[in-house]
Design a protein around this ligand. Structure first.
Ligand code: C2E
Ligand code: MG
Ligand code: MG
Ligand code: MG
Length: 282
């Protein structure tokens, strides 16, 4: 604070700081209770074939069903959940429910490949001993085939040199579970790094897709990412596809899969099932 700024401004700054700390503690306590009460629900956002619009998968996205505030998006509580360790029981809940619900749409499916389920996992969760075991148990209990499960890990978190995490992910890949690098392009990874990462899918962060139709440079960047991914044998999913023009551009680049408001917002489980019935082979 500049010398001339005065005492009042400094006090206000301190008051804000105090409020932020209080809110964080309150949030943590409320989240603790939410875990006990099971006040969470999952939304499912379709991931589609850009060419046909056919369903390829669903990303499971958590919401906190707060008594007075309604549905709270993960951006408002995942960080606190990670700091406090509550992400471990929350992650367990997500994994269990996403697999059980995906197994349900798998049972309904007549023929062809039913859509996979893509589950976000935080590194703190993967680092917790017993993560791999939890995935195995979840698959066995739900009857979901391992090939129908994708685990999404943020690029920035994968960048940390974490031998055990990589080993666990590699072992899960051996049974057919796939790993996706989420928010790609935001984590400053090097090209050589990508070559060594145990991954199958690369999700291009929506900030790139956002600016693609107005910026030649961004377009070139997305094109380069798609090529690079394909060279490395990775499948590409474009996040945040909102405009028909994005879809056309991505298709021309050879990107096969997309996700975004153009196709659908995240849906409740019954709505996701209804969405599938309208499009799937049954
Ligand atoms: P993410 O994994 O990158 O998920 C995509 C986010 O983009 C979702 O936000 C989704 O609703 C939003 N989105 C999808 N299409 C569009 C679009 O066309 N335009 C715009 N503007 N946004 C779009 P959401 O559901 O709020 O989730 C935010 C983040 O929270 C996720 O980003 C993910 O990192 C994290 N998250 C969500 N669920 C879980 C979970 O179960 N566990 C963990 N550890 N993290 C989660
Ligand atoms: Mg994700
Ligand atoms: Mg993410
Ligand atoms: Mg993402």
């Amino acid at each position: 604070v500049a010398k001339g700024a005065g005492k009042g401004q400094w006090r206000r700054y301190q008051a804000d700081l105090h409020l932020a700390v209080l809110n964080r503690l309150e949030l943590r306590a409320a989240l603790d209770q939410a875990v006990v009460d099971g006040d969470f629900t999952l939304r499912y956002q379709p991931i589609v074939e850009l060419e046909t619009g056919a369903p390829a998968g669903f990303e499971a996205l958590i919401r906190w069903t707060h008594r007075s505030r309604g549905l709270i998006p993960p951006g408002d509580f995942i960080e606190v959940a990670e700091e406090s360790g509550l992400i471990v029981p929350i992650g367990t809940w997500v994994m269990h429910n996403a697999m059980a619900q995906a197994a349900q749409w798998h049972r309904d499916w007549a023929d062809g490949t039913p859509p996979y389920v893509s589950v976000n996992v935080s590194v703190r969760q993967v680092r917790n001993a017993g993560f791999a075991e939890q995935v195995h148990r979840g698959l066995a209990a739900s009857g979901l085939p391992p090939g129908a499960l994708v685990l999404e890990i943020t690029e920035s978190l994968l960048l940390r040199d974490d031998e055990q995490v990589w080993k666990d992910l590699a072992a899960l890949r051996e049974i057919g579970v796939r790993v996706a690098i989420d928010d790609f392009g935001t984590g400053y990874s090097s090209l050589s790094y990508l070559r060594h990462v145990p991954a199958d899918v690369l999700k291009i962060d929506r900030s790139f897709i956002d600016t693609m139709s107005t910026s030649e440079q961004q377009r070139a960047l997305v094109d380069a990412i798609v090529r690079l991914a394909h060279t490395l044998g990775l499948q590409v999913v474009a996040e945040g596809v909102e405009h028909p023009s994005d879809r056309v551009l991505l298709q021309a680049m050879g990107c096969r899969l997309g996700q975004g408001y153009l196709f659908s917002k995240p849906l409740s489980f019954p709505d996701a099932v209804a969405w599938l019935r309208q499009r799937g082979p049954g």
